[in-house]
Structures are given as C-alpha cells and as structure tokens.
Design a protein around this ligand. Sequence first.
Ligand SMILES: [Zn+2]
Length: 430
Amino acid sequence: MKFISSISTFTVFVTLSLSLIAAENVEPAISEDERKINTWLESQEANMLALLERITNINSGSLNKAGVDELAAIFSAEFRELGFSTSNLPGELIEMPSCPGSDYNIDVADHVLATKTGIGPKFLLIGHLDTVFPPGSPFQEFRREGDVMYGPGVADMHGGLVVMLFALKALQEFGELENKSISILLNSDEEIGSLSSRKYIEEQALGHDWGLVYESSGTNNLTRTRKGLGQARFVVNGIASHAGGAHEQGRSAIKELAYKIVEIENMTDYETGVTVNVGIVNGGEARNTVAPCAEALIDLRYPEPQQGMEARQQFENIADQVYSYPVDSGEITTEHWINLHRPPKIPTTESDYLLEKTRAIGRLLGQELGVTDSGGGTDGSLTQAVGLATLDSLGVAGTGAHSNREEARVSSLVERAQLSAVLIRRLAVE
Ligand SMILES: [Zn+2]
C-alpha cells in the first residue's frame, strides 16, 4: 500500500493505460475445459462435412423459396435440439418497377429466429440461408479434394452456418450452453440486400450485447470496416414505333437509358471511394421496333453515410431529367426504386475490442488472423449501425464467393468452430 501511495499520478496513469491495452489484447491461456471443447470439435469434422455437403447440395438461391425453406427447416430442428425455441419470421413480396414481361418482384422466403434465455450478456448470432446461385446455375454440387471443398455457399456462407451450429453443439456437449442467453437469426435474403429481413435484424440487434456474424473469413482475415451499399432500378418508358416507317414518331427508351447509364457510371469516384456499377440492362422488343421500355439494375458502394444520401439524390436527378430528346413533353418517363440497403460499417471501441479479443484467442489456438477492410457489406453492418458491437467474419476461410470458383478450407470448419466456442464462453463471463 505504501508503495502504491508513493508512486506518481503519471505512473498510475501509464500503468492503468497499459493494463487496459493488455486487457484488450492478452487472453489467458486455453484452459482445460476449453481444451476438452476443442478436442471434441476435432472429433466432429466428419459430421460438419456431412452437414455441409447435405446443405450445399440443396439449391438455396435467394429466389428459390422451396430450397431456402428446406434449409430453414434443417437448422430450426438442430436449434430446437439444443434447447432453443424457434419461429419463422414472415418473408414478403418486394415489388419493383419493371418493363412489361420482365418481372423483378422478389418473393422472399421466411426467416428463422431461434432464442434461448440465460444469464450474462446477450449474444445475437446471424447467418444467411441463401446463396447467389439460382437453380439453373451449373454450379450446384459439393466436392472435396484434400483440404479444399468446392460448391455454392461453402464459403458464403453455408460453411459459416455449420461453424456456428457446431460451436453451439460443443458448448452444449459440456453443459455450457444452457445458461447462456443467445438468439440466432438466419435470414433468407442476405444476397439480395436483406430487403425483407432488415427490420428483424435491426429489431433484434437493439436487445443484444454482442453481434456475431458467420460470413467467410476470406484468407484468414477478420473484417473491421465495410462500405455502405445501395441498389437502384431504373425503368424508362418511351414510345414504340416502326424503325423504318415511323422512326420519328418513336421515343426510344434504350436511347434515353443509354444517356442515363453514362451519367450513372460517371458517379464513380475512386478518390472518395464511391463506386457505381450498372450491372444488368434489359430493353427493347425487336430490332426493327423503336424500344418502348428499357431497364437497368445498379449497384452503389460508399464509405460514408453522407455519400449514400448524396448518391440517392443524384440517382433521383438522373431519373427525373430527360437527356435524349430536346423537349420534355412527357413522352419519356422514368420510374425508379432506390434502396440504401447497408450502411457503412464504422468501427467502435467495442467492436474493435471484440475483433482484437477474437484475434488474441485465435493466436492461442494457432490461428493467425489478420484484419482487413471490405467493399462488401453484410448484415453485421446493419447491427453495428444500430449500436450492437459486431464481428462479421467468423465463418470458414474461403475465397471465390459469388462465382463458380467458390472454395473453402476444410480444416477451417473445426478451427473456426473452436474460435467461436472459446470466444462465446469467454465473453459470457465478462
Ligand atoms: Zn454471405
């Protein structure tokens, strides 16, 4: 006591600061209980692979309601076996403007909510059931070669769902799940921007203390920041006419959309980090008909919330202006739909703490995890934006997402389940 009272305020300050930093980065060694959990998980690799193969071979493209429902049923049953109560959160029909004959409405399947109450901090675990691959895609099957597995969703993020489930199973196996307060939300529409599930995710985020999202950890990296995302649809209506006999009477929707596309693409500014991509264009009826309708689907990425608002305004201005015909006589009109579906993920002290704690546990487990920033959004951006400290890259190590080159490292299934199990049990007693 005498010693402490004699040291200077400055020393106390430095010592406290250092111990705070140390608390953030230095984790106690892996305990005997944790070793048992990790050993049990090592024994589960075949079961993890079997489940992943089963769910990868069920097509669950975002618009394939039957496939997504099948996955929802599989996971709901698993969660019930672990003592969770499960319910379906209703999906909905998202209506979008379209040219006649091209239906862009999205019929979103239901989402799964599993809950159990306990003591200590409340965890919200998030994953998505859907993939970007429709039933018609040639990329449908799970395949394994040595330590690499291939297939739609092995990385993004069926693999992550298996990691999440087995981390919970491991805690259950050793009697450590029962007393924990955990909610799990598996949505069916992440790959199309969580247009239906966003409200549920935000609502759940408000009632929890830690957010854990099981997106892929890429090449062994945890993601710290993410850009915001937006999407827009433009549908331009003109006037059809014979391209030979009455060309001058037509008002080409394709011509007008072409001008708009140039304006939209010009919004890209690599210096500020804003990028815009016209990803899909449809239009016209026949070579010899002046096109009465044309449509475009647009992707937007932005680092700062304000940039998203500005981009929305620019989209609206471009939609309202007529570029292709000198006089705006109402003969060319544009319907538009704009949705800033993911806010930028901006780190907080709590989310940095969660990230560094996870990395420190990773080091104890022999998993060297780096830190990265991403241009791609996740549902973790939604939870973080409403104040829930979230780590959103707890899934398998994998690359090539959204392409037929999608692959993941088999051994990362067990590794990441161990990481999650230790992380949850340590956060639970803080
Ligand atoms: Zn994903």
